[in-house]
Design a protein around this ligand. Structure first.
Ligand SMILES: [Mg+2]
Length: 167
């Protein structure tokens, strides 16, 4: 569905648990990379992130990074931590998302996409029929990222409001 409203909002990626996803029938979690897993400015994961990745794998949730990036940072990280990776994904189009679903032989209804951006991650997940999960960007290190985040606020506000009225 063409919607800019996230289905779920979490403060950060590591707040999402395998139990929470499984209760909703989600077995594949697609991950935005930049500013969802790592800030743009660093290549070093936090110990918290590594523990979370391990917990997801042990909890039976399949992970696949779906990134619009054309750089080697995401593939390098994914190889080191044994996570599937789709780059050049062109979110919000369905290209990378479809590629990921096919790789795991998963239906959109069994998949969620977690990311920090409304206009790429949330829109892409919603259009593909997957559950959209919005998290707060790790670090808005430049003016354009800050500006985009301001433009996202009305949709975050509406999504929060909707969650209150329709739990
Ligand atoms: Mg991002």
């Amino acid at each position: 569905m063409l919607s800019l409203l996230p289905k779920l909002i979490f403060h950060k990626l590591t707040d999402v648990t395998p139990e929470f996803l499984q209760q909703r029938g989600i077995r594949l979690l697609m991950l935005d990379f930049d500013n969802t897993m790592l800030p743009y400015t660093s290549r070093t994961p936090t110990p918290e992130l590594l523990t979370w990745i391990d917990g997801m794998k042990r909890g039976g949730v399949r992970l696949c990074v779906v990134s619009n990036s054309k750089k080697n940072k995401a593939p390098f990280f994914c190889k080191a931590h044994r996570i599937a990776c789709v780059t050049h994904s062109k979110k919000p189009t369905g290209k990378g998302i479809r590629q990921c679903l096919a790789r795991f032989d998963a239906q959109p209804s069994e998949a969620a996409l977690v990311g920090d951006q409304i206009f790429t991650d949330v829109l892409g997940a919603n259009c593909a029929g997957a559950t959209s999960i919005l998290v707060k960007p790790i670090h808005l290190h430049n003016f354009w990222l800050k500006l985009r985040h301001v433009a996202e606020q009305p949709f975050i506000y509406l999504a929060r409001k909707r969650r209150i009225t329709k739990p």
